[in-house]
Write a new protein. Structure first.
Length: 232
């Protein structure tokens, strides 16, 4: 007889497909407020963004290496946001995960939360034979000297926003327009580059849901994006 695990944290997961950054930001804000008020349980959003450069709370404009008109010509927006960290790029083929978690109920502070987000990605990559790890004093996940996943979070009254961005099939050229995460000479890679093939995003979404469930002890239930309309 199988015994169901105990003390799992209920969490609803939503696969949103492509969504503009500004829309996802509004959605996160509304969900985080509802989570702080105890109206909803933990939520995990999986999505991709249209091309956008985001500037975190520590961002320096000199880490964007080209003028705004060139970004516009390339169809890349630039948006200021309230996550931690410097500058990064989001675009098609990159899997973004935004956990709206009550970290107090998970017994987590920011350092442990960041460690677990990195662990989620490292476990996913290990399933595909990619040996990834951490770099001391730097956030994110690295494959040797190349960064494959960026992290940036925001915490208010113990409820998290933002999260991680894993390069799956991402076009890496736009990273040359910035100093990724404020790091000069930072090399960026992707799963596709490392393994020489593209991956169905639905497959990687399922793999990251499994990793989140394992690392955070979640009782995950996938839900329809239609049920988020109240919070958009």
């Amino acid at each position: 007889m199988m015994i169901a695990p105990i003390n799992l944290h209920p969490c609803r997961a939503f696969r949103l497909g492509f969504i503009h950054y500004e829309e996802s930001f509004r959605l996160q804000n509304h969900l985080a407020q509802a989570r702080r008020e105890g109206q909803i349980e933990d939520v995990l959003l999986l999505l991709q963004h249209a091309p956008v450069i985001t500037m975190g709370r520590s961002a320096k404009v000199q880490n964007v290496l080209v003028p705004p008109n060139l970004l516009q010509d390339k169809g890349i927006k630039m948006v200021y946001t309230d996550r931690g960290g410097d500058v990064t790029y989001h675009g098609p083929g990159q899997l973004v995960a935004y956990p709206i978690f009550n970290l107090r109920l998970h017994g987590l502070g920011i350092p442990d939360y960041i460690w677990k987000l990195e662990e989620v990605v490292m476990r996913l990559l290990a399933r595909y034979g990619i040996a990834a790890g951490r770099v001391p004093k730097l956030r994110g996940v690295w494959v040797e000297h190349e960064k494959i996943c960026s992290l940036g979070v925001h915490l208010s009254r113990w409820v998290s926003k933002h999260g991680l961005a894993l390069n799956v099939n991402t076009n890496l050229d736009p990273f040359h327009l910035i100093n990724p995460c404020g790091l000069t000479n930072c090399q960026v890679t992707s799963m596709a580059k490392k393994l020489g093939r593209n991956f169905p995003m639905e497959e990687i979404e399922s793999a990251i849901l499994q990793s989140f469930a394992e690392v955070f002890g979640l009782l995950l239930r996938e839900d329809s994006p239609c049920n988020l309309e109240t919070y958009r």
